[in-house]
Structures are given as structure tokens and as C-alpha cells.
Design a protein around this ligand. Structure first.
Ligand code: PEP
Ligand code: MN
Length: 368
């Protein structure tokens, strides 16, 4: 379990997407192959995407960060010419990943419209700084993916570095976080992090990349809908004209038709409703506020009793961790909680947090 406890709010003057992208209301859709592989693959995918009015930006990796050597590492600079063709032929904007000042220079020379910093770059402040220095004075939208590890401060830091160079067209992309042997996702979404980012930088638009979160196609529509329901501002999705033959990330790329289907079925809910809706919502939120007050008061009372127990144990030279008692609590509270309609996993997480805090309090008393 990850608790996202960044306590800062940074006011960055970021320009809303719809003020610099024509005809784009929420959601912004960026789509295209994981990698540019051949002129034919790039153009045929782009032509298919251009028939979909919901897609505004064509993405393609030109230089690919591969975990191990001897895999396809991207087509390199000649792919930039193909992207220029995409732009002139289809009118789609183009976006690629840059991982060095040389990549930036070549991209600018070929009039790429947007650049993104990948998850492997954002973990390294040296790389981020080097890249942003090469962007000084350049007015180009920059997309910042989250770092591979669930560290909100690194993500915020990369955004701040870009902003410090005077860039105001900034978008964050949530592509999930590394977890060892996760069964359901390639990179579990850990939604509390992008939500934490919104809290930390309220003006930052966030797109979700369900392709790298899922790692396979089947969950992509579900994660895309969830992104919309959480008020995210758009999607970055990998699309290939023939996914089975893709040279990278073959399992997670949709066909243009599958993307069209996904976008047609996406339900975009309003961010806020009419007065009647707002009144009812206020009433329910007031109830929640009162319940939270009660919960916190009770939790405070519980910790006071924990401290009393701690002193009592200390006076009698008894150890803090009493496994039998703890096992009893888990079993008993799980039963009670489930009877109250609560989920087992939620109860386990919550009980663990309470137990950790109780142990910490008792250790403090023991050492005092
Ligand atoms: C990509 O978008 O193809 C990519 C390499 O993504 P990430 O940096 O999120 O792994
Ligand atoms: Mn990819």
C-alpha cells in the first residue's frame, strides 16, 4: 500500500490545453505507435487515425529506451522525416520522446510539435535538467510522464524544472508505476499519485496512458473510462496499424479501429452539475464531514488508550508486540468490518496502518 503524503501546493501558471490547441475540448487524445518502425507503418497508422476527429496528436517513439540491449532501439533521426510527412499530409500534430539535448535539437529541426520526457528520464534530475537547459527560450509544449517509481516529488520536480525554463504549455502523463510481478497491470495505476499531483499543482492538465499501465489491450477501455471519471484531461494511447507485428510493446497496442471504438464508448461526465445537483452534493458532503470528525475523534481516543497500554507494559517489563493479541484483532475486526459492508483488502490496509501507528507510539513510550 502506498500513502501519498506530499503536503505542498505549488501555483504554476500553466496554460490550459484548450487555449493553445485549436478545437480541443476535454479529452485531449494523443495516439500512435509505441515506435516509428517504417515510413509505411507510420503513415498508414497516421492516416487511419486522422479519419477520427477525436484524435489531435500523433505520437511515435523515435529513440526507444529498452531495458536490455539488442532489442529494437528506435529508428532514429530518419523517422523524424516521416513525422513531418504525417503533419503535412494529415494535419495531426506530432509528439515524440526526447532523452537528451541532441534529441531536442533534432526534434526542433524537424518541427515536431510536442516533446515528452519518458518515465526513465524523469527518475533522474540530472537528465531532466540537461534536457530543459536545451529548451531555454523555446516555446514548445512539454509532456512529462511520471517516474517509474511512485515518487510524487520527482514528478513535481521535473514539472518545476520545465516551468523554470519559461515553458507554460505543460502536460503530465500518468503511465502507472513499477511493481514487482504484478498480475493485473504492467504498471499499476496507483491513482492516489496522479490525484496527489493535481493537489500539488492544481493547474496541471493530466493525461492517462492506459497502454503502459495495462501492458495488454484488454483492460485499456476500462482504465480509459476510469481516467475520465477521475476528471483526467485526456489519454495517450498506443495504436499500430498491425499490432501483432510491432517491434516494441506489441501486446498493448490497439488498432485504429479498436481506438475508434474505445473513444465512441467513452462516457464523459460533467465536472460539475446544476444547482439541484450541487445542493444535494453539499448535503452529502456535510454528512461526510461530520462522520470524518467522529472517526478522527474516535481514532484519537484509541491512540490515547494505546499510550496507556504502552506505559503499563513498560512498567511491567512486557514486550510491545503481542502476536496473539494482534492476530485476534485482525480476525475479529475483519469479521466485524465485513459485516458492516467493508472490503477485506481495505480493512487489512487500514488495520495495518493503525497497528503500525500503535507500535510506533508504544516504542516512543518505551524509549522515553
Ligand atoms: C512510450 O511511451 O513508448 C514509453 C517508452 O513510455 P514510458 O516512458 O512511460 O515507459
Ligand atoms: Mn511503448
Amino acid at each position: 500500500m502506498y500513502v501519498c503524503n506530499i503536503n505542498m501546493t505549488t501555483k504554476l501558471d500553466i496554460i490550459p490545453i484548450n487555449q493553445w490547441m485549436n478545437d480541443t475540448d476535454r479529452p485531449l487524445i494523443i495516439a500512435g505507435p509505441c515506435s516509428a518502425e517504417s515510413e509505411e507503418q507510420v503513415l498508414s497508422t497516421a492516416r487511419a487515425l486522422a479519419t477520427n476527429s477525436k484524435v489531435s496528436v500523433f505520437r511515435a517513439g523515435i529513440w526507444k529506451p529498452r531495458t536490455r540491449p539488442n532489442y529494437f532501439e528506435g529508428i532514429g533521426e530518419k523517422g523524424l522525416n516521416w513525422l513531418q510527412k504525417v503533419k503535412s499530409e494529415t494535419g495531426l500534430k506530432t509528439a515524440i520522446e526526447v532523452a537528451s539535448p541532441q534529441h531536442v535539437e533534432q526534434s526542433l529541426k524537424h518541427e515536431i510539435d510536442m516533446l515528452w520526457l519518458g518515465a526513465r528520464t524523469v527518475v533522474n534530475p540530472f537528465s531532466v535538467q540537461e534536457i530543459v537547459e536545451s529548451l531555454r527560450g523555446v516555446d514548445i509544449p512539454i509532456i512529462i510522464k511520471n517516474p517509474i517509481n511512485p515518487d510524487l516529488k520527482l514528478w513535481v520536480g521535473a514539472i518545476e524544472r520545465v516551468h523554470q525554463m519559461g515553458i507554460r504549455k505543460i502536460i503530465a502523463v500518468h503511465r502507472g508505476f513499477y511493481a514487482l510481478n504484478h498480475k493485473q497491470f504492467r504498471n499499476p495505476p496507483m491513482w492516489e499519485l496522479p490525484i496527489g499531483l493535481k493537489r500539488a499543482i492544481p493547474d496541471i492538465p493530466i493525461l492517462v496512458d492506459p497502454s503502459h499501465i495495462c501492458g495488454k489491450t484488454e483492460n485499456i477501455p476500462h482504465i480509459s473510462q476510469k481516467a475520465m471519471d477521475l476528471e483526467m484531461d485526456g489519454l495517450m494511447i498506443e495504436v499500430h496499424h498491425n499490432p501483432a507485428e510491432a517491434l516494441s510493446d506489441a501486446n498493448q497496442q490497439l488498432t485504429p479501429k479498436q481506438l475508434a471504438n474505445l473513444l465512441d464508448n467513452l462516457v464523459i461526465r460533467e465536472k460539475s452539475g446544476n444547482k439541484e445537483f450541487q445542493d444535494k452534493l453539499t448535503e452529502l458532503r456535510t454528512k461526510i464531514d461530520e462522520i470524518d470528525d467522529d472517526l478522527l475523534e474516535i481514532l484519537g481516543k484509541r491512540m490515547e488508550v494505546v499510550k496507556e497500554i504502552g506505559s503499563y507494559k513498560k512498567d511491567h517489563h512486557i514486550t510491545i508486540l503481542q502476536l496473539k493479541r494482534w492476530s485476534f484483532i485482525i480476525e475479529n475486526r475483519l469479521k466485524t468490518g465485513i459485516n458492516h459492508g467493508l472490503e477485506k483488502q481495505f480493512l487489512q490496509n487500514m488495520l495495518e496502518l493503525i497497528h503500525t501507528e500503535s507500535m510506533r507510539l508504544q516504542t516512543e513510550i518505551l524509549n522515553s
